[in-house]
Design a protein around this ligand. Structure first.
Ligand code: ZN
Length: 458
């Protein structure tokens, strides 16, 4: 029989969201970063650290950290109609100049902001691999090391998703010059994965998955080789984000992207389909039935003018979803969830669109759904339970928007009224990395970011 583990410390919450719902007087023991005991309905003991409102940390299932550095730089109207594709040209020009240390500094800022907004694990969909000339670095995982260093510096948990990217369009079209830093063949990609896995060992609980970039960037034959490289770890892909992508896929295969992927790639619960914006009702039901997670990025999808995910039909079919900050134009967990709901309200001219039954709290449905789906997509267990990492948030009970609230009403008021300003502390593996809403290394991370950004925006 295993020896009971003695807790290093105890946290006590007047109320906390546990897997069984809201509980009162929750005492959580933590040892080596992991929850070892969780008892409800008990008072605090001497030496406990006491807080009012506890929530599990939220997974951020989709990020391109370097894009934080260009946030706001693509909001000026161009000569013609602007679109995702004109935004991508600006992104390619920005990406041309980033070196490993610059990537580390930008990623550290993004990860710090994620923690401050309540995200405790990030899925980094990482495609910036090579030097500015497109040559492989002496260490092929040099840029992955920069991401891992940023995670170590800020304390965020990392699910690293090295991206396989080989082509510029469906059917293996030759890559463009702007894509030269992203490209691999399958052998080179296997070397990158080996390097990234070795580097990730320095983090306490990192996971390394695999990410075929999109059906534009990977041939059917290449896609067939990638799931085996993931083992049991997550597989993420961008899909059906843009109408043009749907049209190009139809022209190439006669099928729409989600339909093609479900028919050809063995999609299961290891997979996360990022965006999946443009689906027919049949695709929506089939994706829900596959057990894969839909990776929704409402702020970025709004910013890029992607379109609106068919969330009510997907949830009604039992679909699983999580949220991602994607382009990192604005990093804010509560705002992602708010916009997931608000997009549907604006479209359908209704309210409480994602709560399934009368009387259900929209805030709690959004929070618990994104928690479970996000954790699945990042390869970890969700929520506050014994054996899980002690990744937690506390809300400030003195925030005026939370006055007099308890239980589900706290989540509704946090997500729809207070926002990130109500976040007091954030713990990673039991260590508080955010206090009074600010990361403990905030000043140093920002100073480092400013220095790194100067040559990139000059
Ligand atoms: Zn993306």
């Amino acid at each position: 029989m295993a020896k009971p583990v003695m807790a290093d410390k105890h946290l006590h919450f007047a109320q906390a969201l546990s897997p069984g719902g809201w509980a009162k007087h929750v005492r959580i023991g933590i040892a080596d970063g992991v929850i070892t005991t969780l008892v409800e309905g008990v008072e605090a003991e001497a030496g406990d650290e006491c807080h009012a409102i506890g929530l599990p940390g939220m997974p951020n299932l989709h990020s391109h950290a370097f894009q934080r550095g260009m946030a706001g730089l693509a909001e000026r109207r161009g000569p013609g109609d602007d679109s995702f594709w004109t935004w991508r040209e600006i992104m390619y020009r920005f990406v041309d100049r980033i070196d490993p240390d610059g990537l580390r500094a930008i990623a550290a800022l993004a990860y710090m902001e994620m923690l401050e907004s309540g995200f405790t694990r990030v899925g980094e969909f990482h495609y910036l691999h090579h030097d500015p000339a497109g040559e492989v670095y002496a260490d092929p995982a040099e840029m992955s090391r920069a991401i891992i260093a940023a995670a170590a510096e800020t304390g965020i948990a990392l699910t690293h998703l090295p991206v396989f990217y080989a082509h510029a369009g469906f059917g293996g079209a030759a890559p463009q010059p702007g894509q030269r830093r992203f490209l691999h063949d399958l052998d080179g990609f296997a070397r990158l994965l080996d390097g990234a896995r070795a580097a990730a060992m320095q983090l306490p609980d990192a996971i390394v998955g695999v990410a075929p970039h999109s059906l534009r960037a990977v041939t059917a034959a290449e896609l067939g080789h990638l799931p085996a490289l993931a083992g049991n770890n997550p597989i993420h892909i961008h899909i059906a984000e843009q109408v043009k992508e749907v049209e190009d896929c139809l022209a190439w295969s006669g099928q729409r992207p989600v339909q093609w992927l479900l028919d050809h790639a063995g999609v299961d619960a290891r997979w996360c389909l990022v965006h999946a914006t443009h689906m027919t009702p049949d695709e929506t039901r089939a994706l829900a039935a596959s057990g894969a997670v839909a990776g929704l990025c409402p702020i970025t999808e709004a910013n890029l003018g992607d379109g609106l995910f068919p969330a009510p039909a997907f949830l009604a079919a039992g679909g699983r979803f999580g949220i991602g900050s994607d382009s990192n134009v604005l990093i804010d967990m509560s705002e992602e969830l708010r916009w997931l709901e608000y997009g549907q309200r604006l479209f359908a001219r209704g309210r409480n669109m994602l709560a399934p039954d009368a009387g259900r709290s929209t805030g709690q449905v959004l929070f618990e759904g994104a928690l479970a789906g996000g954790a699945q997509a990042l390869g970890v267990a969700a929520g506050l339970s014994v054996g899980h990492a002690a990744d937690m948030i506390s809300l400030d009970p003195d925030h005026p928007s939370l006055a007099g609230r308890s239980g589900a009403a706290l989540l509704d008021s946090f997500l729809f009224a207070a926002g990130r300003g109500a976040i007091d502390r954030v713990w990673r593996r039991g260590k508080d990395v955010v206090r009074d809403g600010r990361h403990i290394a905030r000043a140093a991370v920002i100073a480092d970011y400013r220095r790194a950004l100067e040559p990139l925006v000059a």
